[in-house]
Design a protein around this ligand. Structure first.
Ligand code: MN
Length: 205
């Protein structure tokens, strides 16, 4: 059984970037829905006692060879993992470390993009140009090489054998109450609440 993660901040902590109302729906309704769906789908199956990562690998259309339709299981498990990573990577704007990204991740970004701003611009552009619903990701391979990827629907780096580092949700439910159709403005504002300590830990662990 999977349960809804607790937000590591107050419901209004991310304002004005993400409003309490958006979080109430996004965390309390959308993510809760994915949790409820997956719990129903895996009862009595081989997925029942697996981790989210295990379920994603075993139901991924890329990896799993199955004659059964595992798409609903993949989609709901993917959406739970994606949202868990998404919600836990933010912090209150005022509590954020003002130094930005540090350590091995800072070095790798500098090596590949020269500046953090250049990295952010490419990340925002990939998020803005992703057609329809999906997620833009910073992901790492086994050698620590980084890349920015657009994945549609519930797809994610885990389904491709890569490590998820940072993600922005570009499904309309993530920004429509606050920014309506202005997806690029929402993506640009998200940098104000990224907790770089969390992102650095994901890269080195
Ligand atoms: Mn979402």
């Amino acid at each position: 059984m999977f349960t809804l993660i607790k937000l590591p901040y107050e419901i209004n902590a991310l304002e004005p970037v993400i409003s309490a109302r958006t979080l109430e729906f996004h965390h309390g309704k959308h993510l809760q829905g994915y949790v409820d769906n997956l719990n129903k789908l895996i009862v009595g199956t081989e997925f029942e006692n697996m981790s989210l990562e295990g379920i994603i690998a075993a139901s991924s259309p890329l990896i799993a060879a199955s004659s059964r339709n595992l798409t609903p299981i993949f989609n709901n498990a993917g959406q739970i993992l994606n949202h868990n990573l998404y919600f836990t990577q933010f912090c209150q704007p005022s509590s954020r470390s003002l130094s930005g990204v540090e350590g091995p991740l800072a070095k790798q970004i500098e090596k590949q993009w020269t500046t953090l701003d250049a990295f952010k611009k490419e990340f925002e552009a990939k998020g803005a140009t992703l057609f329809g619903s999906g997620w833009v990701w910073l992901q790492a391979d086994a050698k620590g090489e980084l890349s920015i990827a657009q994945y549609a629907g519930a797809d994610n780096p885990v389904a491709h054998g890569l490590k998820p580092i940072l993600t922005f949700d570009v499904w309309e439910h993530a920004y429509y109450l606050d920014c309506q159709n202005r997806r690029p403005a929402h993506l640009a504002a998200l940098w104000d609440i990224v907790d770089w300590k969390v992102i650095e830990d994901r890269f080195i662990r």
